[in-house]
Design a protein around this ligand. Structure first.
Ligand code: NDP
Ligand code: 2IT
Length: 446
């Protein structure tokens, strides 16, 4: 990056957020793509768009006290960042994981601003979470935590203000407990959360949306480059919501998924992953992936996460967590003939890993475009709630497919316009940014 003004804004971001490396990483990655736009748009400089877009509109941090099954009081820390509302109410998930702190929430909130813009639906960017660890907790403990979390968060959210959803550690069970308590506190039955259960306002296909969307995006990118899932070998990290439905759709499109993982290790099944077994282990029993070998004796379980990227594959779909592919893993993928990386997780590739994909000519589908299917169907859930009706699975899936095609086209077009054909990372950042920047400029200095 050579633009003096952008370097100065980035320096301020680094100084002000020195203890939040993930946030600085996310901002740096976006800024590096925006240089040609800022060079061409002095009006954005004059309107202070960059200085404003890197600063959340607000962020709340709060105490979350709850009582565990032994009767002991536990205290976690809760967060919600309301990053940008230029194009719609704040929208974004809630993450429950022990690694959560302000820097994780802010990086996710910042990414969400551009992702939500790419969906073409009217949603601003937000994110929340807590350092609560759901692993090994009873249903009652999960409910106690979720109720305490919402007992504070309810005053900051609302159907026209801020609409949370799931992320790591938050699925339909947690959203149900949060929705129930929000309704008790406010007396309002409204579309304040998405990812709700189907009987009380949830959308069909929201569960599948992120994973399906990753594959719809990949499919478009492959077609545009003369490639296809058909006959390809696929490696997917994670075995949660995104990974499971990415596995299902990649298989339906003709790929063979040979490996999946959790935070303890990975399974390699050369005959192709048995998704029913994974669903039983992860969705029904909430157990560990190492049990997969009890269902499929020919599969092999290996402790540790990064080894999954040394398995030869054509297509890698990182669907677990941030910075899970570093330069070494990226080089292993390249060495073994991998030709595409499409990101289901948020920021799963380090900057060095992305540079490795690009210098070796891999097709790269960046997270904020490729995983936007989840929040897109969340947006469609909000639409259905407002209309007080619900669409069929097929109708939602078809809209999701159309949105993912449009997102690919927007990335492709923006990359071409700015002379970076095939660089969908730059295209996603530019296309996502332009809509938000125009809206911020039009709304004045707020
Ligand atoms: P889940 O909680 O359903 O699953 C997370 C999966 O990733 C689990 O297999 C988990 O293993 C693994 N994982 C989590 N943290 C780590 C870690 N630190 N190291 C290694 N593995 C880890 O979450 P989702 O599937 O919903 O989310 C996965 C990713 O996708 C996240 O980056 C999330 O932000 C992103 N995403 C999610 C969307 C959604 O709609 N849910 C939408 C767009 C993006 P274990 O069980 O051992 O913890
Ligand atoms: O990262 C994400 O886009 C999500 N976790 C989904 C957010 C949402 O509001 O559905």
């Amino acid at each position: 990056m050579k633009n003096e003004y952008m370097l100065q804004v980035l320096e301020t971001v680094k100084r002000r957020n020195a203890a939040e490396p993930e946030f600085v990483q996310a901002v740096t990655e976006v800024f590096e793509s925006l240089e040609p736009v800022i060079d061409a748009r002095p009006d954005f400089v004059e309107a202070g768009i960059l200085e404003r877009i890197v600063e959340p509109e607000r962020m709340v941090t709060f105490r979350v006290p709850w009582v565990d099954d032994s009767g002991k009081v536990q205290v976690n820390r809760g967060f919600r960042v309301q990053f940008n509302s230029a194009i719609g109410p704040y929208k974004g998930g809630i993450r429950l994981h022990p690694s959560v702190y302000s820097g994780i929430i802010k990086f996710l909130g910042f990414e969400q601003v551009f992702k939500n813009s790419l969906t073409s639906l009217p949603m601003g960017g937000g994110k929340g979470g807590s350092d609560f660890d759901p692993k090994g907790k009873s249903d009652r403990e999960i409910m106690a935590f979720c109720q305490s979390f919402i007992a504070e968060l309810y005053r900051h959210i609302g159907a026209n203000c801020d609409v949370p959803a799931g992320d790591i550690g938050v699925g339909a069970r947690e959203i149900g407990y949060m929705f129930g308590y929000y309704k008790k506190l406010t007396g309002q039955f409204e579309g304040v959360l998405t990812g709700k259960g189907i009987p009380y306002g949830g959308s069909l296909a929201r569960t599948e949306a992120t994973g399906f969307g990753v594959c719809y995006f990949a499919d478009e990118m492959f077609k545009a480059n003369g490639k296809s899932f058909a006959g390809s070998t696929v490696v997917i990290s994670g075995s949660g919501n995104v990974a499971i439905y990415a596995c299902q759709k990649a298989t339906a499109l003709g790929g063979k998924v040979v490996a999946m993982s959790d935070s303890n290790g990975y399974v390699y099944d050369p005959e192709g992953i048995d998704l029913a077994a994974i669903k039983d282990i992860k969705e029904v029993r909430r157990a560990r992936i190492k049990e997969y070998v009890n269902y499929r004796p020919n599969a092999k379980y290996t402790e540790g996460c990064s080894g999954i990227w040394t398995i030869p594959c054509d297509v890698a779909l990182p669907c677990a967590t941030q910075n899970e592919i570093n330069e070494e893993s990226a080089k292993a993928l390249v060495k073994n003939g991998c030709w595409a990386v499409v990101e289901g997780a948020n920021m799963p590739s380090t900057p060095e890993a992305i540079a490795t994909y690009q210098s070796n000519g891999l097709l790269f589908g960046p997270a904020k475009a490729a995983n936007a299917g989840g929040v897109s169907v969340s947006g469609l859930e909000m639409t259905q709630n407002s209309m007080r009706l619900s669409w069929t699975f097929e109708e939602v899936d078809e809209r999701l497919h159309g949105i993912m095609k449009n997102i690919f086209k927007a990335c492709d077009d923006a990359a071409r316009t700015y002379g970076m054909e095939g660089n969908y990372q730059a295209g996603a950042n530019i296309a996502g940014f332009l809509k938000v920047a125009e809206a911020m400029k039009a709304q004045g200095c707020v």
